[in-house]
Structures are given as C-alpha cells and as structure tokens.
Write a protein that binds this ligand. Structure first.
Ligand code: ATP
Length: 235
C-alpha cells in the first residue's frame, strides 16, 4: 500500500533522512521507532507532503505521490494524527470530529458517518457536547484519532501519540490504538515508546540518524539484543 524508496530529506545542508526505504501492506500495523532526533517526524512530514523531498520516492496504492501537494494527500486516503494532537480546545468533541471530514473527498468517503467513531469510542459519544479542551489527555488523543478516522482513510499515520503523557495515560493511548488496529485499519505508528509500539505492530523499522538500522517483525525487534541494548535499557 505504501512504499518509500531511498528517501532523502535535507534541512539546508543537514540530512535528516539519508536514504530510507520501507513498505506497508494493507491491514498491517507498522511502527517507526527511534530516539529523539532519529528522523521519525521528518519522515511523517515527508509522507504527508509537508516537507519537501530531496531524493527518492513515495508510492501510495501503486502511484508515485512524491510531488502531490500536502493539501491533496488527505483526498488520497492518508490521514494524520499529528504530534501534540492539535485539537480545537474551545470546540466540542463532535465539532472536532467533524473537522476530519472537512475535505470534500473525505466527506464523500465518510458519507457523514460519525456514529462508527462513537461505536468505537463510546466515551466520545457520551461527551460529544463537551469542549475538547476539558477532556483528559487520553480522551483528547481519542478525539484526535477519531477525527482522523472520520475520513475513512486507507492509511492512518500517528506521530508520537504518547509523547508528553503520564505513564498511565500512555497505557490508555495504546489501548485506544489497539482498538483501531483491531478494526483492520492500516497504521503507521511513529513512536519513541518502543516497547509498547512494537508489542502491537506486525512489523517495525528502527531509525537512527536518518537511516533504517534494523527492521523485523514487532516480536523480532522486541526480543532483539541490539534493540534491547540500545533502546530498551538492556536485557
Ligand atoms: P522527535 O522525537 O524529536 O520528533 P524525530 O525522530 O522525529 O525526533 P526529527 O524531528 O525528524 O526526528 O529530526 C531529525 C533531524 O532533523 C534532527 O537532527 C533534527 O535536529 C533535524 N531537524 C528537524 N526539523 C528541522 C528543521 N525544521 N530544521 C532543521 N533541522 C531540523
């Protein structure tokens, strides 16, 4: 479904991605892990068309979308849950969700259906009239996920959904993500929280200094001595 070939992204002279290749099959949950500054956010931005590509290609559903403007990518069926959630805190939960269907193509795909989001996350249905800013951190992440799902995307990209949240809320966020993956949605999950991300992933890529240094199934990476030593605090 998504194929990234030899992607290079530079900020001026500095290369943030130095030839990254990866692929995601339909229905898979794939995580992109790596420490702070490894290049995860840069890759997410490049996939969304928010960061120009220096070299390489991005193929989505068999088409080269490397030059497709950011404004047209949601229409192709790629939805992003941005880092920091970016909700409109003074709008209600329902209004925030509806913003996910703002683009005409997204609206057409969703057919105005918001009920499936409430079925998936009943707490959002119960609190649909509540201002998003008054929800807990975990619930706000649920709203951000719901807003992305409203457009019925083929690929859902999550950028650091657990960043800055207390450990107990992090657990809640991963439970929420599991509910989404269980629906068969194809997910790319960029995360520093490697253990939890890999635990729910079919496949994972480890990024370091702008290159893929390791890849494997979620289980292989979780049990890999190299990953454990470098990122998970030893064996
Ligand atoms: P984080 O978890 O902090 O988001 P990351 O893995 O997502 O880390 P990136 O944010 O993609 O990493 O950063 C990759 C590299 O590119 C880092 O060295 C970073 O300093 C650099 N970088 C990121 N954004 C910019 C920018 N706008 N201008 C210049 N350099 C940047």
């Amino acid at each position: 479904m998504l194929k990234v070939n030899d992607l290079v992204v530079q900020y001026g002279e500095a290369a943030a991605l130095r030839g990254v290749s990866l692929s995601i099959e339909q229905g898979q949950t794939v995580s992109l892990i790596g420490s702070n500054g490894a290049g995860k956010s840069t890759l997410v931005k490049a996939l969304m068309g928010m960061q120009p590509i220096t070299a390489g290609t991005v193929e989505f559903l068999g088409e080269n979308i490397s030059a497709t403007p950011a404004t047209e990518r949601p229409a192709l069926g790629i939805a992003l849950v941005p880092e920091g959630r970016r909700l409109f805190k003074d709008l209600t939960v329902q209004d925030n969700l509806m913003l996910g269907a703002h683009h005409p193509a997204a609206r057409q795909r969703s057919g105005g259906d918001i009920q499936f989001v409430y079925d998936l996350f009943p707490v959002l249905g119960a609190r649909r009239k509540q201002l998003a800013g008054t929800m807990s951190g975990g619930e706000q992440q649920m709203v951000a996920l719901g807003r992305a799902l409203i457009s019925k995307p083929s690929l859902l990209i999550l950028d650091e959904p657990s960043l800055g949240l207390a450990p107990i809320v992090v657990e809640e966020v991963f439970e929420t993500i599991k509910r989404v993956t269980a629906e068969g949605v194809t997910v790319l999950l960029a995360e520093q929280n490697m253990q939890q991300a890999l635990a729910l992933s079919d496949h994972g890529y480890v990024l370091a200094e702008g290159t893929v240094v390791l890849e494997g199934s979620g289980m292989e990476l979780l049990t890999s001595a190299q990953v454990r030593e470098a990122y998970l605090g030893g064996a």
